[in-house]
Design a protein around this ligand. Structure first.
Ligand SMILES: [Fe+2]
Length: 459
């Protein structure tokens, strides 16, 4: 009788073994490699047993481009050129192109179609076009595992719910924590730090199980939430990461609990926890910004300044709301605004020279934001959701390769059409708009935002 073993380790790494043969792994990010310009590493070590499975596994599925999921050094260490990389279709297949350029064999899977891996093991994947992320479903003997990593599933809500309904047991693996893994290094116009919502410590167990409940999943496990800050200028953010001893707070007892980094046996009877050793903490050394070429006082050269101005010009071509960038002591704005007029912008991004240039030239602007050593300074009291403006470079310019407002329009049209139900699209639209209004107006009222986050999950 065939059976499946599922192990989770690292940050968002899931390993499948069928009849003791490694079959598939997801998002391998090894504990020896940092991410986001040396800012992050995994919170725990990857046990030797899991590392050996990762070396042998023939298929690797990658959810999205962030380096805690697609870590090129980790892939090369695991000899990924000898394996097959599986990706979901996206509006722009930048990830596939980058990986092929690195010498890897990549297969792009069509959205929402189950592919038979072998015998009774099927997988399906689909994109979340707006965040350039994707979700993986694993189906085995009427059991379903949903690897939702960092993303929500709204565009394929009906598809997932139908698959959950057909399954006897269903396990949701998803990020759910205080919410540090986004740009939270934010200051007001008087240089006062604005506490992130993460400071209110929303109950992680409640956040995860309320989402499992929405899909009618029988089980859930914390996943994709296991990093820490190790760069000297981002160490402060560790205060806002979710401690492992708080992960179960608020857990809905109707949802079956699997501890993070568990091994699970999957067969006709459903899921069964297997004995496993809890991984050790990762003790990687603190990284100095200088190791990554960053010196906060360093200014841009004349030509480098041009590169930054061109990037800002492009952002403004796509979106009316621009922003300025401060490097060293100098504030750089797009051609449309002279330096004295920077106050017209809603915010300034303060970043060190080397990482900023790498982020622009390598199209990894999101990495600069998530690293949380760069700062956002809100200069304008006017209502604005700066995260929406930052989505232009980080998601649309870099990952979707959008160049102007017309291309953005075409992309958003395709995104709206990627929903499997018009009603879900409508609800999702309303939800996002309401959230934007609340976030823009209450950015400095952290406590109230924290309460609203809990209320939002409840409804
Ligand atoms: Fe991510």
């Amino acid at each position: 009788m065939s059976e499946l073993r599922l192990h989770t380790c690292g940050n968002a790494t899931l390993i499948l073994e069928k009849n003791s043969v490694p079959i598939l792994a997801t998002d391998p990010w090894l504990d020896i490699h940092t991410a986001y310009f040396g800012s992050w590493c995994t919170s725990h070590k990857i046990p030797k047993f899991h590392f050996e499975l990762l070396q042998k596994v023939p298929f690797i599925w990658i959810s999205h481009f962030h380096p805690d999921h697609l870590n090129l050094r980790s892939l090369l260490k695991l000899k990924a050129r000898e394996k097959t990389i599986l990706l979901s279709y996206q509006y722009c297949n930048r990830v596939a192109e980058d990986l092929r350029r690195a010498g890897m064999k990549v297969v792009i899977l069509p959205p929402r179609q189950f592919i038979n891996i072998e015998d009774d093991l099927d997988i399906a994947t689909f994109p979340i076009l707006s965040t350039v992320d994707s979700i993986l479903l694993i189906r085995f003997k009427q059991n379903l595992v949903i690897n939702s990593n960092d993303t929500s599933w709204d565009p394929s809500m009906n598809f997932i719910k139908k698959e959950v309904a057909k399954s006897k047991s269903s396990l949701l693996l998803k990020l759910a924590g205080y919410g540090d893994a986004d740009m939270i290094n934010i200051y007001d116009e008087k240089s006062r730090f604005i506490e992130p919502i993460a400071a209110t410590k929303p109950a992680p167990g409640f956040l995860l199980t309320s989402q499992a409940n929405k899909l009618n999943c029988t089980h859930a496990m914390h996943f994709s939430s296991f990093h820490k800050y190790i760069r000297k200028d981002s160490l402060w953010a560790n205060k806002y990461t979710t401690p492992e001893n708080d992960l179960t707070r608020g857990w809905n007892k109707n949802i079956g609990y699997f501890k993070q980094f568990s091994s699970i046996l999957i067969n006709e009877k459903g899921f069964m926890k297997l004995p496993s050793t809890y991984p050790d903490k990762n003790d990687i050394a603190v990284q100095m910004p200088q190791e990554y070429g960053d010196n906060w006082d360093e200014e841009l050269s004349f030509m480098e300044e041009k590169v930054v101005i061109n990037y800002l010009n492009k952002i403004e071509e796509i979106n009316k709301n621009g922003f300025s960038i401060k490097v060293g002591k100098k504030i750089i704005s797009s051609d449309r605004f002279n330096i004295k007029a920077y106050q017209k912008y809603n915010f300034i991004l303060n970043a060190p020279r080397k990482s900023l240039l790498r982020a622009i030239r390598s199209n990894i602007f999101d990495d600069l934001l998530i690293g949380n050593f760069a700062k956002i300074i809100i200069t304008n009291k006017k209502t604005l959701n700066f995260r929406n403006t930052l989505k232009i470079p980080s998601k649309y310019v870099d990952n979707v390769r959008i160049n102007d407002a017309q291309e953005l329009k075409q992309f958003l049209w395709a995104y709206r059409n990627s929903y499997d139900s018009k009603l879900t699209l409508l609800k999702s639209d309303l939800k996002i708009r309401a959230r934007d209004i609340v976030l823009s107006n209450l950015i400095k009222n952290t406590k109230l935002l924290g309460k609203l986050k809990n209320f939002y999950q409840k409804i």
